[in-house]
Design a protein around this ligand. Structure first.
Ligand code: ZN
Ligand code: ZN
Length: 480
């Protein structure tokens, strides 16, 4: 938290404390906490309690949920249409799973992974920085190789990367992940890209472009990598410090370095698509033919390599363009034909992609996309008196069970203040149970649209409410 903000929170706490009757005790507590804060740094156990989550993480408040509901609905719908089964894996795995599959020498493993030891120190654990390694682990563990191919798995949830937080990039962010196991054919790569395109279109995000590339298989990539290393060695003095290191650990990543001088060097570097073996070349050619057939907006980007070592052949990203033509990635994926084998399984070609949900939500806001709005209650239940209050919870549940979304303000005693809440909500019907009604087993049903009211027996309540709601719909339709 910035210093100024911290101060103001404290001030507010102090102000509130001064007003309170227990102000002396509270003052003392604040004093103690100040002393403690001086002794221990924030974030340390025993230190000051900061009213905020760790840096790079945030709350998704109710006001923002309509975007998230919409994206979740679209994703579930697409998963169903394309035959994906839902899978949920833990957010924590043994660190080795990610180190071995994503690979050392990558930014994710070397710099961005949250690593910790379990209590007692025996197990080295990690917060998942991505999904695919976990999904592949689950595929093997649960013997999904015996299932009919392809096996299609879909997942959503938080992933964690210790990266520099910036707009649209959080240390805890949310991904939707689609993986297909057991098929070699590029038609599946194309189908995944089609799926991604449909997700975007359904969300109202029209201005997107797919970047595609093939980085070859272990056979042809070795040769290409040697060529690339030789090229960058000859220009080593022009590379940034990071890329000088990457030359030893992960030379492919130099191609997507964001430093100007590296971009310049990389522009003349040999391209992987010129060095593909016959099998990889045919695979890539077929993929492009499928994309042409689908009429999808794509571009071959020879510099696209993705930051994970398990990729082979196809890699792709979904880029969004705004008015100023600035492009950023909303997600990406590729083929990983050897990952299952590397984790100890039989040879299983596979392809997958992940969508950055936070980025997609940001893009939805930018293009003013339609969101999913939950229905608002049209009925308000008010009560007056002890007996009525006792009956109200049961009546409330009865209405909800019958599909009548109902609001209430049971904590308030006076009828007037309850009706004020009903008024604010703009409901169509107000139900009132008073002392007399509670004794008689009746309810006053007030139609707020027509202004009429009647007293009905508890057993007729649902029917009566439904009738008014139905009539009002017809009236408002006719009025349009
Ligand atoms: Zn190859
Ligand atoms: Zn660089």
């Amino acid at each position: 938290m910035p210093k100024a903000k911290k101060k103001s929170v404290k001030k507010t706490v102090k102000k509130a404390a001064n007003k309170s009757a227990k102000s002396a005790a509270t003052k003392k507590a604040i004093k103690t906490s100040k002393v403690r804060a001086g002794a221990k740094k924030s974030g340390e156990i025993g230190g000051e309690i900061l009213l905020q989550p760790p840096r790079g993480m945030r709350d998704l408040l109710p006001g923002e949920q309509s975007y998230w509901s919409q994206i979740r609905r679209v994703l579930s719908r697409m998963a169903l249409e394309y035959g994906f089964g839902r899978i949920d894996t833990p957010a924590v795995e043994y660190a080795n799973l990610f180190i071995r599959s994503i690979g050392s020498g990558t930014d994710i493993v070397d710099k961005e992974m949250y690593l910790f030891s379990s209590r007692g120190g025996g197990d080295k654990l990690a917060l998942r920085p991505e999904f695919t390694a976990s999904i592949a682990r689950a595929y093997l563990q649960h013997g999904m190789n015996v299932l009919a191919k392809p096996v299609k798995l879909f997942s959503t949830g938080p992933v964690y990367r210790y990266d520099r937080p910036q707009e649209g990039r959080y240390r805890e962010h949310f991904q939707a992940n689609f993986d297909i196991f057991g098929e070699q054919d590029p038609i599946l790569d194309a189908q995944l890209i089609q799926l991604a395109h449909r997700v975007m279109a359904s969300l109202g995000i029209k201005n997107i472009q797919f970047q595609v590339n093939s980085i070859g298989c272990p056979k042809c990539r070795k040769e290409y990598q040697d060529l690339l290393v030789a090229y960058f060695e000859s220009k080593k003095q022009k590379l940034c410090q990071n890329c000088k290191k990457r030359l030893e650990t992960n030379p492919l990543r130099i191609l997507d370095c964001k430093e100007d001088k590296c971009i310049q060097v990389a522009s003349a570097a040999p391209q992987s698509i010129d060095r593909l073996c016959p099998e990889c070349r045919v695979h890539f050619k077929n993929l492009l033919e499928y994309l042409d057939e689908l009429d999808l907006p794509y571009m071959i980007n020879p510099k696209l390599v993705r930051g994970l070592n398990y990729y082979t052949k196809t890699v792709f990203e979904i880029w969004s363009g705004d008015e100023n033509e600035r492009k950023y990635s909303l997600g990406g994926g590729g083929r990983y034909d050897y990952l299952i084998e590397e984790l100890g399984g039989e040879h299983t070609p596979a392809v997958g992609f992940a969508l950055g949900m936070d980025r997609v939500v940001q893009e939805m806001k930018r293009v003013h996309a339609r969101t999913h709005v939950e229905p608002k209650p049209q009925v308000f239940l008010a009560q007056l008196g002890d007996l009525a209050k006792k009956k109200s919870l049961k009546t409330f549940a009865e209405l909800q069970k019958n599909g009548i979304l109902t609001a209430e303000s049971f904590g308030r005693g006076s009828l007037k203040s309850q009706l004020r809440v009903a008024d604010k909500l703009g409901v169509q019907i107000t139900l009132i149970i008073g002392q007399k009604e509670a004794l008689d087993g009746t309810v006053i049903v007030k139609d707020m649209v027509s202004g009429t009211q009647e007293t009905v027996g508890m057993d007729k309540l649902v029917l009566s409410v439904k009738k008014i709601l139905k009539n009002n719909v017809i009236v408002s339709r006719n009025g349009e």
